[in-house]
Structures are given as C-alpha cells and as structure tokens.
Design a protein around this ligand. Structure first.
Ligand code: ADP
Length: 548
C-alpha cells in the first residue's frame, strides 16, 4: 500500500531564505556594526540582502563553484554577515576560522577544509601576510575593507579589496534553489580534546536550529529585540544568532573586535540592546567594568550564557544587581551548537526562589529537535532521577553524524538507536533538566569516586576575592587523584590558601574539598574562551600535594 502524500509546496529550507524573509518583511530593521576601522556602520536588512547577492556574484566571478569553501577570519560585523549568506546562499560553504587559534592550527584547518577563498578583517593582515605561504589551497585573499584602508603594498600577491569586489557587481542575482541537505558551513571544534575536526552543517540543519533557537523556552527572540551576539561568528556561527535574528526580524548589533567590558557596556547602552549571548569570561569583563564604575544596564533584559558552566555567582550578580535574566545553555560545535537551555516550567514558579535558582543553574531542558540520554559504564541508559550520572549522548536534526573528510562514525548505539556521545558527564532529573557534572576528561577521580570540577569551581567563584578558578586532578599515590584548585585573585584583594579552603566547609562533602590551592596570575584559555585544563594539568603535573 502506498501512503498518501501531503499536498504542500516543497520549499527547501535554505539559508538564503532567512535573509530574503528579513529583507521583505523587516526591510528597514537595522544592522549596526562597530567596525574594525573604529566607527559605527548602520544599514538595514534590505541593504544586507542586496550586498549578500553581490557577494555571491563576486565569489562566482572569482571562480567559486558549488561546494567550494570560502573561509573567513573575521569579527562580528556586517561584512562577515554578508559572506555568511552570500557564500552559503550561492551553494558555497562558509568556513569560519577562529583567529585566536595558533597560526599553525589556522593553516592546518584551512588545508584540511581545502579552502579556496579567504576573507579576513584588517586586524589579521599581518597574520595572513606571514601565513600565506602555508595556505596553498587559497587562490584568493580578500581583505574585508574599503580601498582607503587597503595597504599600499602587501606581501600577499593579488590581495583583493572586499568593497571593490562588492561594488563591481550589480546585484541582479536570483538565489538558487537546491537540496536543503547541501552543506552550508563548516566549523572546526576548538580542539581542547585533540586535533580539530570539522562539523559540516547543512542548510536544513541550520534553518531548523534557527527556528528552535528563537523559541520562547530557548532564546525567546522576536522582532522587538535588539540582539548583540558577543559570541563570535567564528564560534559555532555565533550560536546561530545571525540566522535566528533575520528569521524573527530582530535588530542586530555587532561589536566587531571591541569585546572588552567598557566597549561592550557602551554598545549595550548606546544601541539599547535587549538580548545578548556569550561565554562566562566575557561577562566577567562586563561585570567588573560596571561594578568599578557604578554603572547599570538600562535595556538589556536577557542573556544566554554557555560554552562552559556559568558560575551561579555570576548568574546572581547579573540578575540581582543588573536586572538581567541569565539563560544558562549547553551545546557544542557538533550540535550547531544548541542542545539545552534552562527555563522554568509553570509548576516551578511556585517553588521558593532558592529552589528555582538551583534549577536555573543547571544546563537545562532540551529543545524540540534534540533528544538526550545518559548511560552508565555498561552502555545502558540511566534513569532521569537527577542523581544518576553518566555519559551524555544526543541525537537530532542538527547533530553531526560524522566529521568532515573522516570515514569513521562517532556515533554509538543505545537501545537500538544511534546517538552522538558528547564527552560530557551529566545527570537528568524527572523534569528533563540536564546538569553537566563534568567533561569526562576533566572529572577528578578520587579513590574510585568522582568529584565534579565544575562544583569546585562554582564554589570558589562565589568567594568575593576570586576572579577565576579551575579545579584539576592532581596525582595522589593513595587516591589516584585529588583536587587541586588553581585561583586568580581579584586585583587588590587578599586571599590565603587557608581562607580559600575554609570557604568550602559546609558547602560540599568534606572528602571533596580540594587538597591544595595555588595562586596564579592568569589561567590559560582556549580560543573560544574556555579554561584550558589540559595546559593546567601539564603545568601542575609535578605539584606535590601537602602530606604526599
Ligand atoms: P570544544 O568541544 O572543542 O571545546 P565546543 O565549543 O564545541 O568546543 O565545546 C563544547 C563543550 O563545552 C561541551 O561538550 C561542554 O563540555 C562544554 N560546555 C558547553 N556549554 C556548557 C555549559 N553551559 N556548562 C558546562 N559545560 C559546557
């Protein structure tokens, strides 16, 4: 028996349609960008869509053909936004490279992806001039600026000027229709756990993710919002914000390279930003700046914080002192990136505030489109009781099923279905709130028991003299590993090892309290702003714990 087919139009979900929608239905909604050149640039969705068409024409003129990779090394700004749509929309693949990676890693990634064109901001001219000889696949280097800012001479032969390329086109271009499963963009994992690997998103997965991210229990975006993604467009497509904003017709504010607390605060205020998104480290800078200068936030009402665990102390400060609702989110490159966000259900509204907060501090509930499970060491799924902790696996329409150019499948079978193992360890409660206890590699294994490094860090971060803290496992002859706390003190504050350890009393089981504390000037971070524990473990591998 053949099934009855639906009689609906078949419109492929293509990234270009997001911008076309915004250009038609939110034509005069603004996109504001703080430029690398220093000034503010303003235009509208209508202008952006026209220029994205010109970018598509220019890329075709450079010889790009379907499937070719167009790399970017750029901050959040309108030109980067145009390339997102101009490249993907014309069936090319936009490959956003993280400029904070080591130069050798950048060259490795560009080679692995076989990028054909590289578009980069002025900031990175010296870097690319040095790196160009190690980028053999790149046929065209495009500097994302106008003629006035082009260098008089450059070591890069045939360096092209972005504005000249765009202005040479007439925009008479119709966005092509093609299979929605075509690759739209590539993003490499930041490599905290090995060689970077490319996640290849499709048009369909990106549009589905954009829909889901905008939902009320997710980012809750609407045309009434003014959205400032602090999270870079080279960090998992700025968590999908550049797609979700045109989908709902929200105003966009791009901060360019100006990501310090002062610049961000100024832009939040000047541009009346209502919603933002970023990793905890950027908020450290903004909060410090506001506290030091007695400043407030007059329009910012919500922010998504994720990428690494948001310390509860930070959530409270933003909410209580600055009136900003923090939406804690979890995700990863392989998930485009959103997996879960923490929003209360109606029944939780009756709980005491402290109990509500404990729920909101978790990484949250999965959005429709993502399913999750936790499994024990035997690979069998564990109950959702909020206590059983195991390896977290996910499946869904915007989860990878393999990496770029690699044959082996990362997927794992659980209860007859294929799932993607996230490398995180988590609990899930009966209401579906997932809580990451650790990254499996960061868990501190003490005498067969696991200690969550995130718990230890969250407690340390609640101490007023602590600016940043990392807990790592340190070798112990009897217990195998014991926790060592690495602390950066707040400038001008005193804190001794004994005071820090005393702070743990009553806040965590005695056997989980760190054995030792070391003070450092700085904690190393990855290119996406996460604490680089691999480096810390190396640095302190010979550390002698007291009594050992
Ligand atoms: P990489 O995997 O290379 O570090 P990603 O940006 O994809 O780069 O990082 C994903 C990882 O970041 C997750 O697997 C998880 O360990 C961590 N992470 C993301 N969000 C959170 C969060 N809210 N709380 C705790 N950990 C998080």
């Amino acid at each position: 028996m053949s099934s009855l087919m639906g009689r609906m139009m078949r419109m492929p979900m293509l990234i270009s349609s997001l911008l076309v929608h915004a250009a038609r239905h939110s034509a005069d909604t603004e996109i504001v960008s703080k430029r690398v050149e220093g000034d503010l640039h303003r235009y509208t969705y209508r202008d952006a869509e026209l220029r994205a068409r010109k970018v598509a024409q220019a890329l075709a003129r450079l010889g790009c053909e379907a499937g070719d990779r167009v790399a970017t090394l750029a901050w959040n700004g309108y030109r980067h936004f145009e390339i997102y749509f101009g490249a993907s929309g014309s069936q090319l693949v936009c490959h956003t490279i993280n400029p904070r990676l080591f130069p050798e890693q950048i060259a490795w990634i560009a080679g692995d992806a076989a990028d054909k064109v590289l578009c980069f901001d002025l900031t990175f001219l010296p870097l690319i001039e040095k790196l160009a000889p190690s980028l053999p696949s790149i046929e065209h280097f495009v500097l994302m600026t106008d003629r006035a800012h082009m260098p008089e001479s450059s070591k890069i032969a045939g360096l092209l000027c972005y504005e000249e390329l765009v202005e040479a086109e007439n925009g008479h271009y119709a966005w092509p229709e093609f299979d929605e499963n075509t690759a739209s963009s590539i993003c490499y994992t930041s490599g905290t756990t090995g060689h970077p690997k490319g996640a290849v998103y499709s048009h369909r997965s990106s549009v589905l993710h954009a829909y889901a991210a905008a939902l009320p229990d997710a980012m809750c975006l609407s045309s009434a919002d003014s959205v400032l993604p602090v999270v870079p467009m080279f960090h998992v497509n700025a968590w999908g914000v550049p797609y979700s904003a045109p989908l709902v017709g929200a105003r966009l504010v791009f901060p360019g390279p100006h990501l310090d607390g002062k610049s961000l605060h100024e832009l939040f205020e000047q541009e009346q930003v209502t919603f933002s998104a970023g990793v905890p480290t950027v908020w450290l800078g903004v909060i410090n700046h506001m506290k030091n200068h007695g400043l407030k936030l007059s329009t910012l009402r919500r922010t998504v914080i994720g990428g690494s665990a948001c310390p509860p102390a930070m959530m409270r400060t933003l909410e209580d002192d600055f009136g900003v609702e923090v939406i804690h989110a979890w995700g990863m490159t392989e998930l485009s990136p959103l997996g879960t966000l923490s929003k209360l259900k109606t029944k939780h509204k009756a709980l005491p505030v402290e109990a509500q907060r404990r729920l909101l501090e978790k990484q949250g509930r999965s959005i429709y489109g993502i399913d999750m499970c936790i499994v024990g060491a035997d690979g069998k799924s564990l109950p959702w009781d909020g206590r059983s902790s195991g390896d977290l696996l996910v499946r869904g329409g915007w989860v990878i099923d393999g990496y770029f150019g690699r044959d082996e499948s990362p997927l794992q079978e659980v209860d007859g279905q294929l799932w993607f193992p996230t490398g995180d360890v988590a609990t899930i409660d009966a209401d579906g709130f997932m809580q990451i206890t650790d990254r499996s590699k960061d868990v501190i294994k003490s005498g067969g028991e696991w200690i969550s490094s995130i718990d230890l860090e969250n407690i340390a971060m609640a101490h007023p003299a602590v600016l940043e803290a990392a807990a790592i496992g340190c070798h112990h002859p009897k217990w195998d590993e014991r926790p060592l706390l690495v602390v950066v003190r707040r400038p001008g504050k005193e804190l001794t090892r004994e005071e820090m350890l005393a702070f743990y009393e009553g806040r965590i089981a005695k056997w989980q309290i760190p054995d030792d504390v070391v003070f450092v000037d700085e904690i190393p971070h990855t290119a996406t702003g996460k604490m680089l524990k691999l480096k810390l473990r190396e640095q302190f591998k010979d550390h002698r714990l007291p009594g050992v």
